[in-house]
Design a protein around this ligand. Structure first.
Ligand SMILES: NC(=O)c1ccc[n+]([C@@H]2O[C@H](COP(=O)([O-])OP(=O)(O)OC[C@H]3O[C@@H](n4cnc5c(N)ncnc54)[C@H](O)[C@@H]3O)[C@@H](O)[C@H]2O)c1
Ligand SMILES: [Zn+2]
Length: 363
């Protein structure tokens, strides 16, 4: 068994630890050291509850615990489901010093975090991410929120957790498609700021997919190191944090355009990273060979690299124009200056964008 790793997200008095290791869900003290009061609410969903909820509740015997079990899926990441959490908390007289524990993937983490940010203007919360995507990305950095019919993640808050507990053993029950979706975000870190990690991934992507414990633990740790560094530098995304959105402007358009849940977030991001790479080549930053390396590793990770046939360029552009990175209505995209180095958001001429949307064929 690989030993537990502890990283830190450095945000002054809001700093917090990320614990990474196999079997952490059974370590009571790791969790309870971050709980300040008697009242704890666990938010999870119908898929994760039968797998891991009891294990977590066993750790919380000394507390007054409520559970909120939501339906499973991106399409339920809405205000009305966050409101269910509020109603439950109010009905059970939860007070300002309660702690919310989000046990699940990115959907539960984003909703639980947002509920914690809003309930009585903010209660403590702890992230227990259970998907690879959540362990390497969504549980770290304090972005919380929900979707709106007119745009993904359009309603939300920056709100940091007290701790992130990533138990790699829970990934055993995750299906291969979800694992691949998480690998898309892992590859993203290599592309935007860590060429050494990208090269390591090129050598190890199959082992990652086979859930080799050591390889998985290293990939999660290195991803979190990258994410924590970016977040510590720019918590509220005034600048550099935007690089974490590589592929996301295109990807969010796919998610919204095809209907939330049709493409997994990581799948849409994989396609989006190919499109961002193609655009970067058209802008003169990347070579065709670089683009080929990106497409190749994503394919090896069993991720899609081709945009959906039925999302035409006009609709893409319409969807991309509601992205949060946009300023004064212009579409802004993260490109790659070279492999391992992302640009800040750049205003893209409509013509260049159209060329990528029309011309990228994922060869
Ligand atoms: N806040 C951020 O910074 C941030 C970053 C990236 C993504 N996100 C958001 O995260 C969401 C995607 O997260 P996700 O990919 O984790 O999806 P998800 O939360 O929908 O989880 C994927 C599926 O796996 C199931 N599942 C979770 N853990 C499991 C386990 N251990 N075993 C078996 N099944 C399990 C879930 O029930 C779900 O069906 C999107 O809404 C995205 O916008 C947020
Ligand atoms: Zn993402």
């Amino acid at each position: 068994m690989t030993p537990m790793k502890e990283l830190k997200v450095n945000l002054g008095d809001r700093s917090y630890p990320i614990y990474i290791g196999s079997g952490l869900l059974a370590k009571t003290e790791l969790l309870t050291r971050h709980i300040r009061s008697k009242q704890v609410v666990v938010v999870t969903n119908v898929t994760i509850a039968p797998l891991y909820l009891q294990k977590l509740l066993d750790r919380l015997g000394d507390y007054v615990v409520e559970t909120v079990v939501l339906p499973d899926g991106e399409k339920y990441k809405t205000l009305s489901h966050v409101e269910k959490i509020f109603t439950h908390l109010l009905e059970h007289r939860f007070s300002r010093n309660a702690t919310l524990v989000a046990l699940g993937g990115g959907v539960i983490g984003d909703m639980g975090g947002f509920a914690a940010a809003c309930y009585q203007r903010g209660i403590d919360f702890i992230q227990i991410p259970t998907t690879l995507l959540a362990q390497v990305d969504s549980s770290v950095g304090g972005k919380t929120g929900v979707n709106h019919a007119l745009g993904k993640n359009m309603i939300g808050a920056f709100y940091q957790p007290q701790a992130v507990i990533a138990d790699t053993a829970v990934l055993d029950t995750l299906d291969d498609r979800q694992l691949s979706a998480g690998i898309a975000e892992v590859i993203k870190y290599g592309l935007i700021r860590d060429i050494e990690f990208f090269a390591w991934l090129e050598a190890n992507v199959e082992k990652l997919q086979d859930r080799d414990e050591k390889v998985l633990a290293f990939a999660i740790e290195r991803s979190c190191v990258n994410k924590a560094a970016v977040v510590a530098e720019d918590e509220m995304e005034g600048g550099i944090r935007a690089i974490l959105n590589l592929g996301h402007t295109f990807g969010h358009a796919i998610e919204a355009g095809m209907g939330y849940g049709e493409y997994l977030h990581g799948e849409a991001v994989a396609i989006g990273m190919c499109q961002a790479a193609d655009l970067s080549r058209r802008l003169g930053f990347l070579s065709q060979e670089d683009v080929g390396r990106i497409i190749d590793i994503l394919k090896r990770a069993k991720l899609p690299v081709m945009p959906p046939d039925n999302l035409d360029t006009a609709r893409y552009i319409e969807l991309m124009s509601v992205d949060k990175k946009n300023v004064d209505g212009a579409i802004r995209v993260i490109a790659l200056e070279k492999l391992g180095r992302a640009t800040l958001p750049i205003n893209v001429e409509l013509a260049a964008l159209e060329q990528t949307l029309d011309g990228y064929k994922g060869a």
